[in-house]
Design a protein around this ligand. Structure first.
Ligand code: HSE
Length: 308
């Protein structure tokens, strides 16, 4: 039996414009590293988080909250020490809290002999999301724990569907250096939609799902559209519509807000186009004197993994 485990828990992009709170995909190399160690004293402790001044208290940290929910359902004869190395800045729109909470429950599960499947871990990881955003949503934690692209049909029944991951699809992420709290970004979302918008959004969502199965990139391009959330959240993100226009002109299949922002995702079919999009968006942010951070990522089919 191992006494220490180290895992890499990647970032994730959610909503994908047409699937608010239900669609998400897993990123590749950007993420948190989590080390869990068995200790003789009972209970859970977070002994270090390397940056961003995040709380170490179990009841105030997303990883601690997820771990506590999980541990309450198993019997273990030792305690657990958690160390988190943050590779994702909180409030960036690529699932910082989800990477910590999903990675922590995944690591604990492995070290205690895997009593839960990765699918079952979604329930615990989601407790961290509830704490930080005010509502249960599993669109970030699902692709981290299951890999690839996922659809959350129901958080109540935890009915999560794994979707095909078209082999050529590649993401470009750019994030202006501002922080948007998920809870604030959720407050700008209107609680009511008109029936005509509902009809168009469901048509786009259905068409997007179909495009993943058929690898029809034209259909994908036409269906990654958001008439409901984007207009309100775009106001929180500097240069959003200019960046989107630059991305589409540079050959992106689609471009939209990643999760609750400020990160912006683009999808394309080749490394070359993905990097070209990154260069052009970067030049624009340079020209308007906005600090940013950007990268290109495959859609990671594996998800969270043990690295040591
Ligand atoms: N679907 C969520 C949102 C993801 O857009 O608010 C944020 O973590």
């Amino acid at each position: 039996m191992m006494d220490t485990i180290k895992v890499f828990s990647p970032g994730s992009v959610t909503n994908l414009s047409c699937g608010y709170d239900i669609l998400g995909f897993c990123l590749d190399k950007v993420g948190d590293t989590i080390i869990v160690k068995k200790i003789p004293e009972q209970g859970l402790r977070i002994s270090s988080i390397d940056k961003y001044d995040l709380p170490l208290s179990i009841d105030e940290n997303v990883a601690g909250i997820a771990a506590k929910a999980m541990i309450s359902e198993v019997k273990i004869s030792h305690g657990l020490d958690i160390k988190i190395e943050k590779g994702i800045k909180p409030g960036s729109g690529i699932g910082s809290s989800a990477a910590s909470s999903a990675g922590t429950v995944f690591a604990i599960n492995k070290i205690i002999g895997s009593p839960f499947s990765n699918r079952e871990l979604i329930r615990f990881a989601m407790e961290g999301e509830k704490y930080v955003s005010g509502s249960y949503h599993a669109d970030n934690v699902s692709p981290i724990l299951l890999g690839g692209i996922t659809l959350v049909r129901s958080v109540k029944d935890l009915d999560i569907i794994k979707l095909p991951n078209p082999k050529d699809l590649i993401a470009t992420i750019i994030r202006p250096e501002i922080e948007i709290k998920t809870s604030d970004s959720r407050k700008v979302v209107k609680s009511k939609v008109t029936i005509d918008k509902m009809v168009r959004q469901s048509a786009n969502l259905a068409a997007f799902i179909s495009s993943l199965y058929t690898e029809d990139y034209n259909l994908m391009s036409n269906s990654i559209v958001d008439e409901i959330i984007e207009p309100d959240r775009a106001l929180l993100i500097p240069e959003y519509y200019n960046i989107k226009q630059i991305s589409l002109k540079a050959g992106a299949i689609a471009c939209g807000i990643s999760g609750s922002g400020p990160a912006i995702f683009s999808l394309s079919k080749s490394d070359k186009v993905a990097n070209d999009i990154l260069d052009k968006m970067s030049s624009h942010f340079d020209n308007v004197n906005i600090n940013y951070n950007g990268f290109v990522s495959k859609i990671n089919s594996e998800g969270v993994k043990v690295i040591d």
